[in-house]
Design a protein around this ligand. Structure first.
Ligand SMILES: Nc1ncnc2c1ncn2[C@@H]1O[C@H](COP(=O)(O)OP(=O)(O)OP(=O)(O)O)[C@@H](O)[C@H]1O
Ligand SMILES: [Mg+2]
Length: 375
């Protein structure tokens, strides 16, 4: 895939800006608060219909304006096609998505069209943050490669909410317990699909991440990820089997759930546990080790997506160069160059040294205006 250009209108601190991209490396440098992250965010937004910083679209509209519009042109090698993606949002809550001029209703229609992998300093939360961060990470990534997964998640969450309401109602009116079974079956149905997909995703991703981690650390660090769940103890890929186990555990927890009035088991309670040399990374890893592990995951995703789709996704690196040591930085730049992975990198002015000896185009961003560096 090649992202040819992007157009931003009233997006955050941009007024009207077109940026034409290089097929390889694109370095965006500039002082703080000029619009570097905003630009990467807009690219990410066109890919997923949401941003990594907020879930309120209104925050993306320039403070002085009532709407924003972003669009991009891309070329998909795997289907030999040019595509145009456009998103419009206004302060009345209207949101319009168009692909090659055709309107789409759901943001999930965007998934799979322009795949991106982003790595930014906040991603450390995948290791250091709570279980919710890790579930959000894995679910969003699966949505990019498995058609319909996003909808399954939405269905599951809706049922979970309804079931929690019912658990509260039963407390006041025990007769309502009759309808619990119906909700249980729905919860099990969608929950088992979620668990199965997470298992399959990890089964493919983890060996690739382990390999990257080994290469970066010259064989010093063995990386591993385990899926933690009350429902399954070891990886299971059979949906029927997962459903059966889910049903049993749900039965075991029913009394406690009726006291607490919340659903205590299901994929919404599961977690991913990262290990480095068999020690839990979240607890024992240094900051650099944690960051490297996240980098390994992201680079594994690049590889996995390229295997699935026959083309590399776009790589977005926000502010990470200065946070990596020289070995890791060089590994990353070499990988990008050798595989011709189109990449957008942001950094401060002193990150320019990494850009100069590469096949790269350098841009400077100042107050929401993007210019060719030195031009
Ligand atoms: N809706 C908005 N309307 C106008 N300006 C906005 C809006 N949202 C954010 N901004 C401004 O955009 C500016 C640039 O933000 P951005 O995060 O892109 O900076 P940056 O270049 O990545 O800086 P840093 O190097 O500090 O990461 C900020 O000053 C911010 O206040
Ligand atoms: Mg930034």
């Amino acid at each position: 895939m090649v992202l040819k250009n992007i157009y931003l209108e009233n997006y955050r601190n941009y007024q009207r800006q077109t940026v034409n991209f290089n097929e390889n490396l694109n370095f965006f440098i500039g002082k703080n608060a000029q619009g570097k992250t905003n630009l990467l965010e807009a690219v990410y937004y066109l890919s997923t219909g949401r941003t990594f910083r907020t879930n309120k679209d209104a925050e993306l509209i320039n403070w002085q304006k009532d709407f924003f519009r972003v669009s991009c042109d891309l070329y998909k090698e795997n289907v030999n096609r040019d595509l145009k993606v456009e998103i419009y949002c206004d302060r009345n809550g209207n949101k319009q998505i168009k692909i090659n001029g055709v309107k789409y209703r759901k943001i999930s229609d965007l998934f799979g069209i322009m795949q991106v992998v982003i790595f930014n300093p906040d991603d450390l939360a995948i290791v250091k943050g709570g279980p919710g961060e890790r579930r959000r990470y894995i679910d969003l990534e699966i949505s990019q490669v498995v058609k319909g997964y996003y909808q399954v998640l939405a269905n599951y969450n809706k049922i979970l909410q309804q079931r929690n309401i019912l658990l509260k109602e039963i407390k006041n009116n025990p007769q309502r317990a009759d309808s619990l079974d119906i909700w249980n079956e729905q919860l099990i149905k969608y929950g088992s699909i979620i668990i199965k997909n997470r298992m399959e995703f990890l089964q493919k991703l983890v060996p690739l991440a382990r390999k990257v981690q080994e290469e970066i650390t010259l064989g010093q660090e063995k990386f591993d990820v385990k899926y933690q769940s009350q429902i399954i103890e070891k990886p299971i890929f059979d949906e029927g089997k997962i459903s059966e186990l889910f049903r049993n555990v749900l039965r075991d927890y029913e009394k406690r759930e009726l006291i607490k009035c919340v659903t205590l088991v299901g994929p919404h309670r599961d977690d991913l546990i990262f290990y480095l040399n068999d020690k839990e990374l979240r607890i024992f890893g240094s900051q650099g080790q944690q960051r490297t592990a996240v980098l390994a995951l992201k680079l594994a995703q690049l590889k996995l997506y390229s295997e699935i789709n026959g083309e590399y996704p776009l790589l977005l690196l926000d502010d990470v160069m200065s946070e990596l040591d020289i070995t890791r930085r060089e590994y990353l730049l070499k990988l990008i160059k050798n595989n011709n992975i189109q990449t957008l990198i942001t950094g401060a002015n002193n990150d320019l040294i990494y850009a100069q000896n590469q096949k790269s185009k350098i841009y400077e961003i100042e107050k929401g205006v993007v210019k060719n560096y030195g031009g």
